[in-house]
Design a protein around this ligand. Structure first.
Ligand SMILES: NC(=O)c1ccc[n+]([C@@H]2O[C@H](COP(=O)([O-])OP(=O)(O)OC[C@H]3O[C@@H](n4cnc5c(N)ncnc54)[C@H](OP(=O)(O)O)[C@@H]3O)[C@@H](O)[C@H]2O)c1
Length: 228
């Protein structure tokens, strides 16, 4: 299987890449700074020609177009993993500029990459587009407030997922929003209950099982549906 994973240099994206390579997939790993992505590029040694590390800033049109132009052949699975979350994001301390950046990366970034890769996704049979969302993007689950920029960006990502599912269903493409759980990464912090290896394994297992009937859904890394 041919995968594209964005934000693959650390956290969940790095682990998704590692596990996908271990099971024999080919991965096109998009990272902002390839020269700094040492843990990722170290995997080239063990995976040979199946790992391609390429520059990709999902917030910049030129970068996304250059990334897409370098790809040939079908892409079976696109994982829009790249994400950003600022620590100060509550009513009194949030910066609207930071909120705009989160929207730019978390919502528009995923849409930008998906749109640029459509020709590659259409070349595959029943390609899947999985966007890493969060329970914090659920409208119905928000009774605790706060987290304005991040919550709004993930809610916008969820809406983009619904439109992608509707627009692409007729062509057999599947689009879902999927939450990795609360995971021990730079973003999730050390007290998160889920190890990155468990989250990534769960995500890949859920994505493997998806059918067209699941398109437009919002799932967690165990395959349970999340309310919008
Ligand atoms: N960890 C959790 O508990 C949790 C919970 C729910 C959802 N999520 C979602 O899961 C995804 C991965 O999270 P994580 O915990 O692995 O986060 P992380 O450790 O903070 O890693 C974020 C990744 O996204 C990349 N990134 C940020 N902005 C980018 C851009 N403009 N272009 C390309 N890449 C960019 C980062 O690259 P740089 O190194 O260059 O910054 C990094 O590789 C995110 O979408 C996040 O919102 C995480």
């Amino acid at each position: 299987m041919n995968l594209v994973i964005t934000g693959a240099n650390r956290g969940i994206g790095l682990e998704l890449t590692r596990q996908s390579l271990t099971r024999g997939d080919t991965v096109h790993a998009g990272v902002r700074e390839p020269a700094q992505a040492r843990e990722l590029t170290a995997l080239v040694g063990t995976s040979g020609a199946r790992l391609h590390v390429r520059a990709l800033d999902v917030a910049r049109d030129e970068s996304v177009h250059a990334f897409a132009a370098a790809l040939t052949g079908p892409v079976d699975l696109l994982i829009n993993n790249a994400g950003r979350r600022t620590r100060t994001d509550d009513l009194e301390d949030l910066s609207l500029e930071d909120a705009l950046q989160m929207l730019q990366v978390n919502a528009l970034g995923a849409l930008r990459v998906t749109r640029a890769l459509l020709p590659r996704l259409r070349e595959a049979r029943g390609a899947k587009i999985a966007s890493l969302s969060s329970g914090l993007g659920s409208l119905s689950d928000n009774t605790s407030g706060g987290g304005y920029g991040y919550r709004m960006s993930k809610a916008a990502l969820n809406m983009a997922t619904r439109s992608l599912a509707a627009d692409l269903r007729g062509e057999g493409l599947i689009a879902v929003a999927i939450s990795p759980g609360w995971v021990q990464t730079d973003m999730g912090g050390a007290s998160a209950p889920t190890q990155v290896s468990e989250s990534a394994a769960g995500l890949l297992a859920v994505l493997d099982r998806l059918t067209l009937g699941d398109s437009g859904g919002f799932f967690d890394f165990r395959g349970q549906r999340i309310d919008w």
